[in-house]
Design a protein around this ligand. Structure first.
Ligand SMILES: [Zn+2]
Length: 205
């Protein structure tokens, strides 16, 4: 079972990915983690990737594909894997198709406006790290330590909206790509964690 999962920032994709991997006993492969691990381990590919990153350049697709190919040939991928954060472009999807077969592309469909509301309502305590929402802390005071709650720059409405817009623009072609191949499974991502998980399992049957 070779899977891809797509979902906007704040969609709960990470939570769902962890549940899928636990249920099906397959590894969660994030290309970001894979890059960091290869760089930390000082592999040949890791060294090449680091040279691009140190120069402020993007790591070329061929290099990421080579890293992925190595990764999915490992024993723990015998039953399959869940790819997260890759592919991001049609060219990458084509290249991925050249090294493996994808069985299902899961797409967590979310209401971007509601997602933006949720993300922009996040409040954090800079003193102790406590995280809550504006609704749950209307007085703006940290329940854990009594300090003032703040909105992180990353959670500001304009920043959140921009991030979601970029995500949608980048992902739309991929959704089409996997839909045209008959591999796309749209999952309503606005339900509870448990309901989303159930919908995913039903789609994987
Ligand atoms: Zn606090």
């Amino acid at each position: 079972m070779n899977l891809i999962i797509m979902g906007a920032p704040g969609s709960g994709k990470g939570t769902q990915a962890a549940l899928i991997c636990k249920t099906h006993d397959i590894p969660h492969i994030s290309t970001g983690d894979l890059l960091r691990k290869n760089i930390a381990d000082g592999t040949d590919l890791g060294k090449q990737a680091k040279a691009y990153m140190d120069a402020g350049k993007l790591v070329p697709d061929e290099l990421v594909i080579a890293l992925l190919k190595n990764r999915i040939e490992q024993a723990d991928c015998a039953k399959g894997f869940l790819l997260d954060g890759f592919p991001r472009t049609k060219a990458q999807a084509d290249a991925l198709g050249g090294i493996t077969t994808i069985d299902v592309a899961l797409n967590l469909v979310t209401d971007l406006n509601k997602l933006a509301d949720r993300m922009a309502s996040r409040r954090v305590c800079l003193k102790c790290g406590y995280t809550t929402s504006a609704q749950d802390a209307p007085d703006g005071i940290c329940k854990a330590c009594g300090d003032k709650l703040v909105i992180r720059d990353d959670d500001k409405r304009e920043v959140v909206e921009n991030r979601l817009k970029v995500y949608e623009q980048n992902t739309a072609p991929l959704v089409d790509y996997y839909n045209n191949k008959g591999l796309l499974k749209n999952i309503d991502g606005m339900q509870s964690i448990e309901q989303v998980n159930q919908a995913i399992e039903a789609a994987l049957k």
